[in-house]
Design a protein around this ligand. Structure first.
Ligand SMILES: NC(=O)c1ccc[n+]([C@@H]2O[C@H](COP(=O)([O-])OP(=O)(O)OC[C@H]3O[C@@H](n4cnc5c(N)ncnc54)[C@H](O)[C@@H]3O)[C@@H](O)[C@H]2O)c1
Ligand SMILES: O=C(O)C[C@H](O)C(=O)O
Length: 337
């Protein structure tokens, strides 16, 4: 597999590459050719990363291409992990990055369209991830729309771990958490369909915790604000946990989720009344390289309100991003007059 990582010289890149090269991400027998892209001034650091990869001696790693040319980086790739963007700092919301990052995804979407494999699977991580994925998708009309996804698996893992820590069970004992909507502070972490493996068998999380005030209040806030809490503590955004989540996302999409429900931000097909086309996080199961949105989950009034609120934020982000794109198109058209 040819796997491109953009922004590979950054902090997530450094934490992610060992997952990819050790077989954790794409399976233990999939040989990997890495295409590492970063901007010109990061090339020296990227060469250092390449040297370290060589020193690791990963059996699955066949070749490492290091470049600042997106044309080279995207040629013939089967998977694209898009980290390359400005991260947010203290006091910023992820959508504050839209103006800065929209242009990167526009240009890179256009190039993916031209030179990547037509089956390339894309996960956008750079924030605001959902809307950046939409921008790249819109600029890559020859690649199937469903191949563009954004990362909400980190939020999913955070939600699962919060419940597990409260119940003093391993994280893997908690199943069917869902992140609905945007990778932002409006996201809706929902455990109304979650179960936990106990000595008595699988029980509903709501029955074991029996504290709706916590599940509708503090739990949701902690997950929504976890990224900001990490920035405040580290003065840098999450990287180790983001890398693990990216690996989980790609693993499940390519290799299969083994019947498990996981969260992925994918183009809405109108399921659950979510406006078609938005890159919205849904509960999905994956097999044979495809994801399917889980249908017929019960949505109560509380959930409906939360799901709509995060959808409305995504609609606003989309409109702002499309206005940027159209403004650019106008400027280009005017400059040709
Ligand atoms: N969706 C999520 O769950 C999630 C989680 C953590 C971080 N993030 C986001 O991921 C992104 C990367 O985070 P990081 O901590 O690795 O940041 P970082 O600043 O350490 O690394 C980003 C890298 O991208 C490079 N870059 C910038 N513009 C580029 C371009 N046009 N082409 C290629 N490379 C480019 C930079 O040179 C840098 O090396 C940020 O936007 C961050 O907010 C998302
Ligand atoms: O919060 C951020 O900006 C980084 C990342 O999106 C996260 O959720 O940790």
């Amino acid at each position: 597999m040819r796997v491109c990582v953009t922004g590979a010289a950054g902090q997530i890149g450094y934490a992610l590459l060992p997952h990819i090269c050790s077989g954790r991400t794409f399976g233990p027998s999939t040989k990997i050719i890495l295409h590492l892209l970063d901007i010109p001034r990061a090339q020296q650091a990227l060469m250092g990363v390449k040297m370290e990869l060589e020193d690791c001696g990963f059996d699955l790693l066949e070749e490492v291409v290091v470049t600042s040319d997106a044309n080279v980086a995207f040629t013939g790739i089967d998977a694209c992990i898009m980290l390359g963007a400005f991260p947010r700092g203290p006091g910023m919301e992820r959508k504050d990055l839209l103006a800065k990052n929209c242009n990167i995804f526009k240009e890179q979407g256009r190039l993916l369209n031209e030179v990547a494999s037509k089956n390339v699977k894309v996960v956008v991580v750079g924030n605001p991830a959902n809307t950046n994925a939409l921008v790249a998708q819109q600029c890559a009309p020859s690649i199937p729309k469903e191949n563009f996804t954004a990362l909400t698996r980190l939020d999913h893992n955070r939600a699962q771990s919060q419940i597990a820590m409260r119940l003093k069970v391993p994280s893997s004992a908690v199943e069917n958490c869902t992140i609905w909507g945007n990778h932002s502070s409006t996201q809706y972490p929902d455990v109304s369909n979650s179960v936990v493996a106990t000595a008595q068998g699988k029980q509903k999380v709501g029955d074991v915790i029996q504290n709706p005030g916590y599940l509708h209040g503090e739990f949701i806030k902690v997950v929504q604000q976890r990224g900001a809490a990490i920035i405040n503590a580290r003065k840098l955004s999450s990287a180790m946990s983001a890398a693990k989540a990216i690996s989980d996302h790609m693993h499940d999409w390519v290799v299969g989720s083994n019947g498990k429900t996981v969260s992925m931000a994918v183009p809405s097909d109108g399921s659950y009344g979510i406006e078609k086309g938005l890159i919205y996080s849904f509960p999905v199961v994956c097999s044979a390289g495809k994801y399917t949105i889980v249908q017929n989950l019960k949505v109560d009034q509380f959930s409906r309100k939360m799901m709509d609120e995060t959808m409305n934020e995504l609609k606003q982000e989309r409109d702002t991003a499309l206005a940027f794109l159209n403004k650019d198109a106008d400027t280009i058209a005017r400059s040709k007059l």
